[in-house]
Design a protein around this ligand. Sequence first.
Ligand code: 13P
Length: 252
Amino acid sequence: MRRKIVAGNWKMNGSKDLVNSLVGEIRSGLASLDNGVEVVIIPPALFVSGVVDQAGGEVAVGVQNVACWDSGAYTGEIAAGMARDVGCSYTLVGHSERRQLFGETDGQVAVKVGRALASGLGAVICVGETLEEREAGKAEEVVSGQVREAASEVGGSQWSQVVIAYEPVWAIGTGKTATAEDAQAMHASIRAVLTSLGAPADEISLLYGGSVKADNAAALFAQPDIDGGLIGGASLKADDFVSICRAVPGRS
Ligand code: 13P
């Protein structure tokens, strides 16, 4: 059975005060929830320990990025093993903002996936096409290429540590969400790519991200191949984030 997951990517937002208020509010909101959703908070790295303390083991914690190396003279970088050491269970890898603003390549993404898995972190591999690529009819080809490259560093039982987040670049922070049908079609295509790679595709959680809000989450999460969401802006408000967590259908 694949897991249902809702993860909040705070990006470069937040403060100590926000950590102290928001995590507790989210925990209270989740207390009465019994749909089996796994909730993950992914704050800026400096706030990870604070979130881990406030999360009380009820909410998982992740980092937004890890280095291509285990340790050494790489000023400003954070190793996957360090994130694990301070209580993280996940890292994002290859978020489109890393790819677009910091020039992260498919090859680097693959190396980071390998580092994350070897360190015992779950890797939430982010993939997604630009508007130009979608309009040129290349969306599935682009996403398939990103999945294949990232998967090159995953082997055997490590697939149980992999989550894939489909985040169309044109939907991130724009208020434009993919329709539930288009998102479902891409998720089904990603699952087919995983099958072709020999991965246990039916066991791998696939998340949708890109302007997920309380009012559109239920339609997205009702799709058969969408196992939850990766949430940006709406993860910074407890009510909105908890509503999105509630939109995950209960165990059947
Ligand atoms: P928004 O939900 O703000 O569109 O961000 C999505 C995202 O990039 C999550 O990683």
